[in-house]
Design a protein around this ligand. Structure first.
Ligand code: DGJ
Length: 727
C-alpha cells in the first residue's frame, strides 16, 4: 500500500507526529490512548482500550469535547469500524464470509500513523482480524476550514490462498452525542428534485438509498440538528454526503436513549465482492461535517468544500459561461440552418456558449432510435459539424454538445451488432425505459467502444462543452457471459469504469467543460462532481417551481454548479422574473429564440449584462438562503463576497395575495441580511429602478442584519435584485 509507513517505523513516526501535532489538527493522546482531530468547530476523539478496540469516543463541538473523555459511542460499544461480529448492537460497516464459512469479524488495533494525503493531515489506523487474514485500514482526512472529515477504508486480504467474500463494505460511521435529533434530507422525483424534508429521528433504522443508479428519490445528503434548535444561522448540526454514483446507502440508526449512528457507503444490496489473496478493496469517501452555524453553516461548509476541493481543479476557479441550449426550442428536430438562426440571436443577447442537445447524431429523429451510434447525422448536417462550429466561434461563442454514453436504443447499429453489450438476464425481459436499454459499462469492450467514439468526436470537432446525460434507471443487472464470481460485482465495476471513462476523456481533452445530467438532477453526487463542472438540476424550468428546487440544491451544492435556463414556460410570471430566478446560479437560456422580438431580446440582453456583472458574487461568493419558499410566500437568497465588500440579494414574491390572507403573512416585511461587515457602510442599489427612486442613504452591515431592508416586492410573480457595495 503506497503512502503507508512500514510498521517497524511506527514508534519514531508517532513521536514525529506528536511534534508535528503542535500546529496540527490531529493530536495523539496518552490518557486515554488515542487521538483528537480538530476542525474549526468540531472535535473528533478516538480511544484505544486495553483490548485493542478502537472506539469513537466523541464527535461534536470543541467546547463539549474538552469536558468529555468518554461519551456515548464508547459506552454503546460501537467501534470506529463496526463490523458484523459479536453483539449486533450497531450498524456494521463490514460483513464478510471467510473460506471456512465463519461470518464474524473480530478486529484488533495493529498500528497507526499520521500522513499527508494530498496536502491534508490524515489519520491512518490499521486493524487486523484476531485470527483470519483480514486487514482493515481506516482513513480520516481532516479539512479544518470546512469543518469536514473525509472517511474511507481499505480492506485487504493478507492471506495467500483463500478468497474473502465481502457481503457489505461501508465507507464510514459516525456516532453523535446522546440527544433527540431532527433529520433534514432531500427527496424528489423527475421535475421536482431536491425537495426539503424534515422529520424527528426516532428509534429504529432509517435508510436513504439508491438502488437503480438514480438519486432522484433522495440525493444522498443529510443534516441532523438537536431537536428544538431551529435558528437557520446558528446552532449545532452534523451533515454528510457520499462521494459515489450508482448505488449508495446512508443508514441512521438510533437505539432508545443513546446517540444516533450514521453509516454510509456503497449499497451492497444484490452486490458482493470476492477479495482474492493480496487484494485490497478501497471504499469511496464518506464526507462528514459538523457546524455551529445552523442549516446555513452546514450548507456553506459543504458548498465551499465542493467548490474548492471536489470539482475538477482545471475548471473549479473559472467563471461558468452563459450558455444557450436548444433542447426546448427544437427537441429532436435539429437542423444545421435552424441551429445557426438560434445561434445568431444567442450571440446578440450575450450568450458565451452555444450547445446542441439531443438529436444531432445518426438516425436520432425521436427517442426511439440512434443512441449508441455516435456519428454526426449526415441528413441534418450534410457538411458535418465543422461549418456550424466555425460560424459559432466566429460569432465569439464556444460550442458544446449533448451525449448519453451509457444508453442504447435497440433500434441502433450498435445494438444490432452487439445485443450482448446491454445489462440482461437470460430468460428475462429486457425492459425498456424511454425506449432505451443500459449498456453494461463493466465490460472492457463497451468501455473501449465509448472511449473511441467520444475521443474521435472531440478530436475532430472544436467542442468545448459536453452535457453528459443518463436517462434511465437500472433494471435486469445481469452479465451472463462473465465468470460467476464477477456477476454480483457488476454494479461496482460499472461505476469504476464510468469514472475511468470520464477521467480518461478529461485527461485527453483538458479544456472541455463537462455538465452532469440525469434526466435533470438524477445523479448530482460528489462522485460525479469530482469529474463534472456543473449540474443540470432539473428538467422543470418553471420559475416558481425552480425556486423550491434551487433552495433544496443549495443545501449542499455550490451555486457555480447550479445550471438553470430561462425557457418559454414562465408559469404566470414574466421573462424578467424568469431571468431573475435563473441568474441565481449558472445562467442559461433555453427559449425558442426564433420567436423572440426586439422586446424579449432587450430584456435578455439587459439581464445577461447584469448577470455578467454579478456573476463572480453568485458563482464564488457565500450563499445565505435568507427566506425559504418552503416556509414563506416569498424567497430570498443572498451572495456575499469573501471579503464582505459586496453582496447581491435576489428577492421573489411567490403569492402575496395568499400571504395577506394568512396570519403569518401580515407580519414583518423586513429582509435581514447576513454575512456583511457590521461596522462598514453599504451603498444599496435596486437593479432596474430609476435613479431618482434609488435609496439615497447608506446602511451599516449591523443595521442590515438587525433591522434589515424594506421588502419591496409586493406583487405576486415579481422579483427584485439588490446590489450592495461597501463604501
Ligand atoms: C433529459 C435531459 O434532462 C434534458 O435536458 C434533455 O437533454 C433530454 N434528456 C434529451 O433527451
Amino acid at each position: 500500500m503506497k503512502n503507508l509507513i512500514p510498521l517497524f517505523l511506527a514508534a519514531s513516526i508517532s513521536f514525529a507526529a506528536s511534534a508535528l501535532a503542535q500546529n496540527s489538527c490531529i493530536r495523539e493522546t496518552s490518557n486515554p490512548k488515542g487521538w483528537i482531530m480538530e476542525t474549526k468547530s468540531s472535535s473528533y476523539r478516538l480511544v484505544i482500550d486495553g483490548n485493542g478496540n478502537v472506539f469513537p469516543a466523541f464527535y461534536g463541538s470543541r467546547a463539549e469535547a474538552s469536558a468529555t473523555k468518554r461519551n456515548d459511542a464508547w459506552q454503546q460499544a460501537i467501534h470506529e469500524v463496526p463490523v458484523r461480529g459479536a453483539y449486533p448492537n450497531k450498524i456494521p460497516m463490514l460483513e464478510v464470509v471467510f473460506a471456512d464459512n465463519v461470518r464474524d469479524i473480530d478486529l484488533q488495533y495493529s498500528g497507526a500513523e499520521i500522513i499527508d494525503k494530498d496536502g491534508r493531515q490524515t489519520l491512518v489506523i490499521r486493524q487486523k482480524d484476531r485470527y483470519y487474514p483480514l486487514q482493515v485500514t481506516s482513513y480520516m482526512r481532516i479539512l479544518p476550514e470546512y469543518d469536514i472529515i473525509e472517511k474511507w477504508i481499505e480492506v485487504t486480504n493478507t492471506g495467500a490462498t483463500d478468497k474473502i467474500y465481502i457481503e457489505n463494505l461501508q465507507s464510514g460511521s459516525i456516532v453523535l452525542p446522546r440527544n433527540a435529533y431532527q433529520l433534514t434530507h432531500l427527496a424528489g422525483s423527475w421535475g421536482n428534485e431536491f425537495q426539503v424534508q424534515r422529520a424527528a429521528l426516532t428509534p429504529g433504522i432509517k435508510t436513504l438509498e439508491a438502488r437503480d443508479f438514480k438519486s432522484f428519490e433522495t440525493p444522498g445528503w443529510f443534516l441532523l440538528r438537536p431537536e428544538g434548535q431551529t435558528d437557520k444561522f446558528s446552532g449545532a448540526g452534523w451533515f454528510g454526503m457520499m462521494q459515489y454514483s450508482g448505488n449508495w446507502r446512508m443508514d441512521f440508526g438510533l437505539r432508545y436513549g443513546t446517540g444516533p449512528q450514521v453509516v454510509s457507503g456503497i449499497n451492497f444490496w444484490d452486490s458482493a465482492w470476492h477479495l482474492g489473496p493480496g487484494e485490497t478493496f478501497t471504499s469511496p469517501k464518506f464526507i462528514a461535517g459538523y457546524t455551529e452555524g445552523g442549516d446555513e453553516g452546514a450548507a456553506q461548509s459543504m458548498s465551499a468544500y465542493v467548490r474548492k476541493e471536489v470539482l475538477p481543479k482545471s475548471h473549479s476557479g473559472k467563471l461558468r459561461p452563459v450558455l444557450y441550449n436548444s433542447w426546448y426550442a427544437t427537441e429532436f428536430n435539429v437542423r444545421a440552418e435552424h441551429q445557426l438562426e438560434l445561434a445568431k440571436v444567442a450571440r446578440e443577447i450575450g450568450v458565451e456558449l452555444f450547445v446542441i442537445d439531443d438529436g444531432w447524431f445518426k438516425g436520432r429523429n425521436n427517442s426511439r432510435a440512434g443512441l449508441g451510434d455516435w456519428t454526426v447525422d449526415a441528413k441534418k448536417f450534410p457538411d458535418g459539424l465543422t461549418p456550424l462550429i466555425k460560424q459559432v466561434n466566429e460569432w465569439g461563442m464556444d460550442f458544446g454538445i449533448w451525449i448519453e454514453p451509457e444508453m442504447i436504443n435497440p433500434n441502433s447499429d450498435l445494438y444490432r451488432e452487439h445485443p450482448d453489450w446491454v445489462f440482461h438476464f437470460p430468460n428475462r425481459t429486457r425492459r425498456e425505459s424511454r425506449n432505451q436499454l443500459m449498456l453494461n459499462l463493466a465490460r472492457e469492450d463497451v468501455y473501449q467502444y465509448l472511449l473511441k467514439c467520444y475521443s474521435d468526436l472531440l478530436a475532430t470537432n472544436n467542442i468545448k462543452f459536453i452535457k453528459w446525460d443518463h436517462n434511465r434507471t437500472l433494471s435486469e443487472p445481469g452479465w451472463p457471459d462473465a465468470p460467476v464470481e464477477k456477476q454480483k460485482e457488476v454494479r461496482i465495476r460499472y461505476i469504476a469504469n464510468l469514472y475511468r471513462l470520464i477521467d480518461e476523456l478529461r485527461g485527453r481533452f483538458p479544456d472541455v467543460w463537462f455538465e452532469d445530467c440525469s434526466s435533470g438532477g438524477g445523479r448530482p453526487d460528489l462522485g460525479m462532481l469530482t469529474r463534472m463542472d456543473q449540474v443540470w438540476v432539473s428538467d422543470n424550468t418553471k420559475p416558481k417551481d425552480r425556486l423550491y428546487i434551487q433552495h433544496g440544491f443549495l443545501s449542499a451544492w455550490p451555486a457555480n454548479t447550479m445550471v438553470a435556463w430561462t425557457t418559454d414556460w414562465i408559469q404566470n410570471t414574466s421573462l424578467e422574473f424568469t431571468f431573475d430566478v435563473m441568474m441565481s446560479g449558472v445562467l442559461g437560456v433555453g427559449n425558442d429564440l426564433s420567436k423572440w422580438g426586439d422586446k424579449e431580446k432587450a430584456v435578455a440582453k439587459e439581464k445577461i449584462g447584469l448577470y455578467k456583472a454579478i456573476r463572480p458574487l453568485v458563482q464564488q461568493g457565500t450563499a445565505y438562503r435568507l427566506v425559504s419558499p418552503f416556509e414563506d410566500f416569498r424567497a430570498a437568497v443572498e451572495y456575499v463576497s469573501v471579503d464582505a465588500s459586496e453582496a447581491v440579494v435576489f428577492c421573489y414574491n411567490l403569492a402575496d395575495d395568499l400571504a395577506k390572507n394568512r396570519l403569518e403573512g401580515r407580519g414583518d416585511l423586513k429582509l435581514r441580511l447576513q454575512g456583511l461587515d457590521d461596522g462598514a457602510l453599504y451603498k444599496i442599489e435596486f437593479c432596474g429602478m430609476a435613479a431618482d427612486k434609488q435609496p439615497k442613504e447608506t446602511c451599516t452591515g449591523k443595521f442590515l442584519k438587525e433591522i434589515g431592508l424594506r421588502w419591496t416586492v409586493l406583487e405576486t410573480g415579481k422579483s427584485q435584485i439588490i446590489r450592495l457595495k461597501k463604501q
